[in-house]
Design a protein around this ligand. Structure first.
Ligand SMILES: [Zn+2]
Length: 113
């Protein structure tokens, strides 16, 4: 049997939406509130899908997180409070300079035409 490269395992994982390049909207996996547009997604190299801004400022809730001894800003769904990931201010080259580093497990993607 010839050796062949198997496709990556399917199913949800922290980076499973990383290579999603279709146009659409990313919604909260828990309550389906709209969170991010595909047009604000960029490749930050962090291994998780990254966005430079949320669909609306009030769509997400930002909470200071000092749990690892460093100050990070946790991002939660403003509608249901689900943890989504963290936002960092090192989104170099993006319009906002922000990098929303989101866990694919917390998001759902809805493609649009
Ligand atoms: Zn939610």
């Amino acid at each position: 049997m010839p050796y062949s490269v198997r496709p990556p395992p399917s199913g949800p994982g922290p980076g499973s939406l990383l290579d999603e390049s279709r146009s659409g909207i990313y919604t909260c996996g828990a309550c389906h509130a709209e969170l991010f547009k595909s047009g604000t997604k960029f490749d930050s190299g962090c291994g998780w899908p990254s966005f430079y801004e949320s669909v609306r400022p009030e769509a997400v809730e930002l909470i200071e997180d000092t749990s690892l001894g460093v100050v990070r800003t946790e991002v939660r769904c403003a509608n249901c409070g689900s943890h989504l990931g963290h936002v960092f201010d090192d989104g170099f080259g993006t319009p906002t300079g922000d990098r929303y580093c989101m866990n694919s497990i917390s998001l759902e993607f809805k493609p649009v035409d």
